[in-house]
Design a protein. Structure first.
Length: 143
């Protein structure tokens, strides 16, 4: 199974959609705890509608997002704290259920995990796939 990841930091909606389409992505799995954005077009409802127009399905898995202390650590570049906070998050039953759903969804059709950070090494989506993506080939778009 191949799982794509994509961060929308410093990109336009047109470039974001083009990258997904070039990769053959058919579903975006939003793994933000809070699917809101100051960047135009990247908040949940608008993003879902834009993706639908482009023929790409949208799914939000809230419990795979990072709690605020982890987001704050990521902003500071404190990967150790981000990892500790996110490890705790992934241990929660609701996160485990959504991780199972993520694997099922990604197995059905080409899917990309979505978060803000462009650099996957600074984002919890990499930690998520290290913990829950066993056997998956990970392809980071925009890197």
């Amino acid at each position: 199974m191949k799982i794509f990841t994509i961060g929308y930091e410093a990109t336009t909606m047109a470039d974001f959609i083009a990258a997904l389409q070039r990769a053959g992505v058919e579903r975006v799995i939003d793994v933000r705890a809070l699917p809101l954005s100051r960047r135009p077009g990247f908040s949940k409802n608008v993003l879902a509608a834009t993706l639908k127009e482009a023929g790409i399905e949208y799914v939000h898995l809230k419990h795979l997002g990072t709690p605020k202390p982890g987001r704050d650590a990521a902003k500071r570049g404190d990967v150790a704290t981000l990892r500790a906070v996110y490890d705790t998050q992934l241990g929660l039953p609701e996160a485990q259920a959504e991780a199972a759903r993520m694997r099922m969804l990604a197995g059905e059709k080409p899917s990309a995990l979505l978060c803000f950070e462009r650099e996957p090494g600074h984002c919890h989506r990499t930690l998520l796939l290290q913990a829950e993506g066993e056997g998956a080939e990970v392809v980071d778009l925009f890197t």
